[in-house]
Design a protein around this ligand. Structure first.
Ligand SMILES: O=c1[nH]c(=O)c2[nH]c(=O)[nH]c2[nH]1
Length: 310
């Protein structure tokens, strides 16, 4: 049977880069996981094994580390842009570069008052604790002409202990779920959003500020929405981001409904009402999985449906 080569890409995945920047005794840390995928005129290496167009994946790894040293890491987006531009513009056969980045956040360990009497303040400026919060993600794609910058986060765990109801749903012969007028709403937010910056001729967004504020808008919308379903909360979070951030046209969410079931304590003669402060069983699986994209009116839907399940 004759065959032909379809879509293909290659590169080094999951390069773990930790960059320390020293400002006197105060150090700064950026901790990234960077994956490179290159594509272009790669027929020969697949059909005949000729490597004449192949920049080794080992070289792409080295480039990631060298760029961290040479250019620093101002933001995952800036770093990904520098890398993608380099691969596409320096290698004739490479027409497209996709850089995926996860960033792990760290925060400084605060000195205890007792210790600061014994050690200089400077001595603790190099100690960090990994933040238990979200992982930041980025995917940068460049075809030599235009950019697509997808930023996101995963593992942002949030919980409302009230202001959530779920009732009025379809009931068929298999429905056993009781309507609930005061439940816990908890989820691990995974989100990916697309910036409308595509053109080198225009000034890019301030990536650091944009990320921090987008996350805040999501958190505020989660906390401030009186929820009748997780779907409604998701939509409120997306709308808040689109309405508040002019640089973002599209955002996609994947949010598990982390069910908390009120425990039946009647056998022990105990009431367990939400209104009095209840005891819940936090189930880990199965979980409802609510996923949707929220778009600026008129914008095109471009974030792939499965982008949030990588
Ligand atoms: O917010 C919810 N949305 C649903 O679609 C759903 N389905 C379900 O059983 N519980 C919930 N909760």
């Amino acid at each position: 049977m004759p065959t032909i080569l379809g879509q293909n890409q290659y590169g080094k995945a999951e390069n773990r880069v930790v960059k320390i920047t020293r400002n006197g005794a105060t150090h700064h840390i950026r901790d990234l996981n960077v994956s490179v995928a290159l594509s272009g005129d790669m027929d020969d290496v697949h059909y005949s094994g000729s490597n004449s167009h192949v920049l080794p994946t080992d070289t792409t790894k080295n480039t990631v580390y060298a760029f961290a040293k040479e250019h620093g890491i101002e933001s995952p987006e800036q770093f990904g842009i520098a890398l993608a531009r380099h691969f596409v513009t320096s290698q004739e056969p490479i027409g497209r570069a996709r850089i995926r980045i996860e960033e792990y956040a760290w925060e400084r360990i605060a000195t205890s008052d007792a210790n600061s009497r014994f050690i200089g303040a400077d001595e603790v400026r190099h100690s960090f604790v990994r933040k238990g919060q979200e992982t930041r993600t980025a995917q940068i794609t460049y075809d030599g002409e235009s950019w697509e910058i997808l930023t996101g986060l995963t593992g942002l765990t949030v919980l409302n202990s009230t202001n959530s109801e779920f009732w009025g749903y379809v009931k068929d012969r298999y429905t056993t779920l009781q309507e609930d007028y005061d439940r816990i709403l908890a989820t691990d937010v995974t989100a990916v959003w697309r910036h409308n910056w595509t053109d080198d001729a225009q000034r890019p967004p301030h990536w650091e500020k944009s990320y921090a504020q987008t996350k805040q808008h999501m958190l505020h919308a989660f906390a401030e929405t009186y929820s009748l379903s997780l779907q409604q909360t998701l939509y409120q979070m997306g709308s808040r981001v689109i309405n508040s951030r002019a640089e973002i046209d599209e955002i996609r969410f994947s949010m598990p409904n982390k069910h908390h079931f009120r425990v039946d304590l009647e056998p022990f003669g105990l009431k367990n009402d939400a209104a009095d402060g209840a005891v819940y069983y936090a189930a880990d699986r199965p979980y409802g999985l609510i996923e949707a994209t929220v778009l600026r009116d008129g914008a095109e839907q471009r974030i792939p449906v499965d982008m949030t399940n990588l």
